[in-house]
Design a protein. Sequence first.
Length: 81
Amino acid sequence: MVGHGETKEELIEAMQDLRTVACDRITIGQYMRPSLDHLPVQKYRTPEEFSELGEIAKSLGFAHVRSGPLVRSSYHAGEEP
């Protein structure tokens, strides 16, 4: 989930770290504040930014990438790997 104020460079670094431990699937979605008791959203990313992050993930070698504002970790959870 993105939206806590992280930079693009920090997101890329996190993706690189995931690849170093053989992670090959990634979902990137927009953090949405579930209640006033939770951390506020620092930045709403555009669909274009999610598309770019998805392309970066693919270029890093992720075999399965889902990136978009409404993508959640359970996105396509029922699909075969």
